[in-house]
Design a binder for this molecule. Structure first.
Ligand SMILES: [Zn+2]
Length: 144
């Protein structure tokens, strides 16, 4: 864990404490961009499948034109601490940001893992876009 990773956990924790005060918003996420900016979001619970906090934080970054993200963390309300991304978020994070770092683990043993490690042997959406233009020099992904 870098100092910036600890700061990201603190940012998400602060948002969870300040903004997660109803059953509609129970998790906060913070994401750090490649240029060091931090964006946050909270989940939007709804029985039809409202978005998780991680997805909202990605949207907040995109709203500001930031699409290169480096590290993400989610924190639960009422002192639940860091919580790992759900399966759907793991897939979204892996497809959007193959090199993303994810902070997971219990409070006394937080660690950073590559998103690919959270979803081994997964379907990779980009690999199946057969009608997409062919990249003459596709970038190597971590873990491929
Ligand atoms: Zn999720």
């Amino acid at each position: 864990m870098r100092e910036t990773d600890r700061a990201l956990v603190q940012a998400a924790t602060a948002v969870a404490k300040l903004r997660c005060r109803s059953e509609n918003h129970t998790v906060a996420a913070a994401v750090r961009s490649a240029d060091g900016r931090v964006f946050s979001g909270v989940n939007v619970y709804h029985f039809t499948g409202g978005p998780c906090a991680e997805v909202v934080a990605i949207g907040a970054a995109a709203t500001q034109g930031v699409t290169e993200l480096e590290t993400i963390v989610a924190v639960g309300d009422r002192g639940r601490g860091v919580i790992p991304p759900c399966g759907r978020c793991r897939q979204v994070l892996r497809d959007y940001f193959p090199d993303l770092r994810v902070i997971v683990g219990p409070p006394d043993a937080l660690r950073v893992v590559p998103v690919g490690e959270l979803l081994p042997d997964t379907y990779v959406w980009a690999d199946h876009q057969l009608d997409a233009p062919v990249d003459p020099a596709p970038a190597q992904r971590t873990g491929d």
